[in-house]
Write a protein that binds this ligand. Structure first.
Ligand code: NAD
Length: 444
């Protein structure tokens, strides 16, 4: 097959082609000397060439590793971006892709994003991402299928010797993580009963509060007390966020969700906790309704889905500050970052404020203490890598350079991501060299 053919076919058709070739596992690994990606198998070099030519999502990724699940025709990948600060860490996504080009690009984009999130959080982790392509001929709700493919994914990680450590992500649930954990030690975010850290949503909400406080400080707008905040989404993060905001003395919260039951549950949770001068207004909306973002308020907090900040919503924003938990709030990371900046709206980048999901599970292997300083310091004012300090540093640097904040945060993250781990140096790249030398893909 030619390059274009291999990249244009679906991951499921690609799996069929791999099987015809007698290939179950392969890799695309960066040669540091030439700066080029090479494929483990000659017939897969077109994929490496595609990556070498890509200027959007490829950014010197150290190694991409793939397998077909043992009993089910599911393509599974581990995308290692950069391992200077430690093993590549990031969750495993289970998602549908139309073409191999989409699949490879998404994996590289997400892995690069994790390098930035981890580095900006001051974690001693590199960045990576797992991506499993849903095979449309399979019922992804089938528990047997899920058990098999997540256990196979764990086998893949064991054979990759720890250059990538996985976690939960979109399409993957805590029960799936138990299956990954059954076959590898290279995972975090396992169920609490197996030694995991549990639901990270409340710490994530606290991270968003810190981001809001930094933005208010930056804009000389005082504290949260007396402010009006609009929150999109009353789910796992939105609901505790609203509680924390009222605890900080916020006067009014306007919140929207597509699920009517969540507003009722939140009202019940907050019963007796609001002061007489505090008000909660809730709205039930349809999924394509983003009017909440255009509310008259001080801060708007997107805590629902991604891509809600775009040319259709940004012109209507009335808040001075946007700070929320949702991943990938900017529909186009460059265009919409610039549009918010030009409009004089302070945007606190999502990958900076919503870090507590990964922070919460990052150090699971080191055990648990009450008021863990390795978690709490992210939410305090003075630690140099805290959400508050990092947000202030990014916003100040953005103002003095005239570059929008998400771009500024990425530049800072890229610089931090090159620092070697204080104990293990750039060991991940040596693991990858060892895998290549030992032809890991021959192990089945
Ligand atoms: P969730 O699914 O519990 O909550 C999202 C809520 O948004 C749901 O209640 C949903 O009904 C609602 N929603 C969807 N479309 C909407 C719309 N148009 N208007 C209003 N509400 C709408 O998810 P979550 O765990 O609360 O996460 C929220 C966001 O934060 C997601 O983007 C997630 O990826 C991100 N995030 C979460 C964590 C975490 O710790 N949970 C960590 C990092 C990032």
């Amino acid at each position: 097959m030619s390059t274009t053919d291999l990249l244009a076919i679906s991951p499921t058709a690609f799996v069929a082609w791999l099987k015809e070739q007698g290939i179950r596992r392969f890799h695309l690994v960066l040669d540091p000397a030439s700066g080029r990606v090479n494929a483990s198998h000659e017939q897969l070099q077109p994929l490496a060439d595609f990556i070498n030519a890509d200027t959007r999502d490829f950014m010197g990724h150290e190694g991409l590793f793939f397998q077909v699940a043992a009993e089910h025709d599911t393509l599974q990948g581990a995308f290692v971006h950069r391992t200077c600060r430690g093993q590549a860490a990031g969750g495993v996504r289970y998602w549908s892709y139309e073409t191999m080009a989409d699949y490879l690009r998404d994996g590289m984009r997400l892995a690069k994003g994790m390098t930035r999130k981890n580095a900006l959080a001051g974690l001693w982790w590199g960045g990576g991402k797992g991506v499993m392509a849903h095979n449309p001929t399979q019922d992804k709700t089938d528990p047997t299928l899920r058990q098999d493919i997540y256990r196979d994914y764990g086998h893949l990680l064991s054979d990759l010797r720890g250059c990538y450590v996985t976690a939960e992500d979109v399409g993957t649930h805590v029960v799936d993580m138990a299956n990954v954990f059954a076959t590898t030690r290279f995972t975090t975010c396992i169920p609490a009963e197996l030694g995991g850290s549990g639901n990270p949503s409340a710490p994530t909400a606290r991270g968003v509060v810190s981001g809001m406080e930094a933005a208010l400080e930056f804009a000389n707008l005082g504290t949260l007390a007396g402010k009006t905040i609009a929150v999109q989404g009353m789910g796992n993060v939105g609901a505790p966020l609203i509680g924390f905001l009222f605890e900080r003395g916020v006067a009014r919260v306007i919140a929207a969700d597509i699920n009517a039951g969540l507003a009722e549950r939140l009202r019940a949770d907050l019963a007796g906790r609001l002061q007489p001068d505090q008000e909660l207004e809730t709205r039930v909306v349809t999924v394509d309704n983003h009017d909440i973002l255009a509310e008259e308020c001080d801060i708007v907090a997107p805590c629902a889905t991604g891509a809600t900040l775009n040319p259709r919503t940004i012109p209507g924003l009335k808040a001075r500050i946007v700070c929320g938990a949702a991943n990938n709030q900017l529909e186009d990371a460059t265009r919409d970052d610039e549009a918010l900046f030009q409009a004089g709206i302070i945007y606190v980048p999502d990958f900076l404020t919503n870090r507590m999901g990964i922070v919460n599970c990052a150090n699971e292997a080191y055990g648990y203490v009450n008021n863990d300083e390795f978690i709490e310091r992210h939410l305090e004012r003075d630690w140099e890598h805290s959400v508050y300090q990092t947000a202030l540093r990014v916003l100040n640097a953005s103002r003095s350079s005239g570059r929008p904040p998400a771009r500024t945060a990425m530049d800072l993250a890229d610089e931090l991501s090159l620092q070697p781990h204080p104990v293990f140096g750039h060991r991940g790249v040596r693991i990858i060299e060892s895998l290549v030398a030992d032809r890991w893909f021959d192990q089945n």
